[in-house]
Design a protein around this ligand. Structure first.
Ligand SMILES: [Zn+2]
Length: 421
């Protein structure tokens, strides 16, 4: 198995910083084993580069700290970075060697002292966060660190954010929080939480780096890898899906057929319906399996169909739990739909971005090589200004959906704008 940072594509600076921090963390543990209780100095609001205590001459700027935020565009590898860093912290050699049990179990998701919080619904609630903070305060069973990774920290409810803030403000000596968020904008992460964290910005990895990892790690043919990396616009997971999954390719083709189909008002509304329904179908397929499995598991655990004394009372409690599960599943389905729709919009934005760069004769490669001719024709017809207006219409639609405008209304408005120009 290669080094734990191997899959963090095109992020050399971030990887270097995380390696230094992991080494500093290992030094803290060694110093603690030698004579005193190992501890980190928590990051205060005034300090951006906190120093590892007792690290015995380790460069202060390379120090370790309790709380981190990984930021970057979707697909840049925020959660990949957080998981790799967690592994490096649990690594027996402090490097993230990829070989030792600490690295192995963290990467495999089974390390007893690493918890990954992946919100399935639209938000992470306060109950979930309190339970997590409580467990994070316990002594690490493996003798190193308790690591809590919160994917999509931008989906914390306000109350959950406050519960987390308390833990970050007065961190247990051996607990490390790793947050992932699109940015450090106050809409994503509260200013107070941000002020207590060290930020690791990730960039959109270049297509060549994404293609390289698809070839090396996934054994994908170089020409397919190059096409998929460009089409996915730096999103590593999306590139892999496009290279491997014919259904994903078909969905992308349907989205890229939209500009051709916009011949009138009726066609614009039809295109909007098709886009929404495709996103719904994709989301349904992605959650159906786990929904059924969860329901069966819960019913079995509750002893559904049991008879005898107490069974009626048990079933009354069970109804509440099933209702709770249904609520969670519904929230997850909504999220999956929005994610699917957002992927489609990103593809569509790529098309109009191609038209714009062609109209400007900018010396950059097109995002979608397979629709480059069509984008070129659009560029001639619309010129730079018309191409830009269309690109903006797609981006405005994404922003509106993010701000909770009903997807159908936002998409219909976008299609009309794309048609009229
Ligand atoms: Zn290791």
């Amino acid at each position: 198995m290669p080094d734990v940072f191997a899959d963090l594509v095109g992020q050399d600076e971030a990887v270097a910083e995380l390696r230094r921090a992991a080494a500093a963390a290992a030094a803290v543990l060694r110093a603690g084993a030698a004579d005193r209780e190992p501890a980190l100095i928590a990051a205060g609001p005034a300090s951006d580069a906190p120093v590892a205590a007792g690290s015995g001459g380790v460069d202060p700027s390379s120090g370790m700290t309790h709380a981190w935020i990984f930021t970057g565009p979707p697909g840049s590898g925020r959660s990949v970075a957080a998981r790799a860093f967690a592994a490096a912290l649990q690594c027996a050699y402090g490097t993230g060697c990829g070989e030792c049990p600490g690295c192995h179990t963290t990467m495999g998701g089974t390390h007893a002292d690493v918890r990954m919080v992946v919100p399935e619904g639209l938000s992470i609630g306060v109950g979930e966060m309190r339970a997590l903070v409580l467990r994070a305060a316990s002594t690490p069973s493996g003798g190193r660190w308790q690591v809590v990774v919160i994917e999509d920290a931008d989906r914390l409810t306000e109350a959950a954010g406050n519960a987390l803030l308390k833990a970050i403000e007065e961190p247990p000596p051996r607990t490390v929080f790793l947050l992932c968020a699109p940015s450090t904008h106050p809409d994503d992460v509260s200013v107070t939480i941000r002020s207590r964290c060290r930020v690791v910005p990730l960039r959109q990895p270049p297509a060549t780096a994404v293609a390289e990892v698809l070839v090396r790690r996934d054994g994908i043919a170089p020409d397919v890898a190059q096409w998929a990396a460009a089409a996915a616009q730096g999103h590593v997971g999306r590139a892999r899906r496009l290279a491997r999954d014919p259904e994903a390719r078909k969905r992308r083709e349907a989205v890229l057929a939209v500009p051709r189909r916009l011949t009138g008002v009726g066609a614009a509304f039809d295109a909007a319906s098709a886009l929404i329904e495709a996103a719904e179908a994709e989301a349904e397929a992605s959650v159906a399996e786990s929904d059924t499995a969860e329901r069966t598991a819960l019913e079995t655990a509750l002893g559904a169909g049991g008879t005898g004394r107490g069974a009626a009372g048990a079933m009354r409690g069970a109804a509440g739990q099933l209702k709770e599960l249904e609520k969670r599943q519904k929230s997850r389905a909504t999220r999956a739909q929005r994610d699917a729709l957002d992927r489609a919009l990103v593809d569509l934005a790529g098309f109009y971005r191609d038209a714009l760069t062609m109209a400007l004769r900018a010396p950059v490669a097109p995002v979608h090589t397979d629709t480059a001719a069509l984008a070129g024709a659009g560029a001639q017809k619309w010129d730079a200004e018309g191409s830009l207006r269309r690109l903006e219409a797609v981006l405005a639609c994404r922003a509106a959906i993010e701000a909770n405008v009903k997807p159908r209304i936002a998409v219909e408005a976008m299609m009309l704008a794309l048609w009229k120009g």
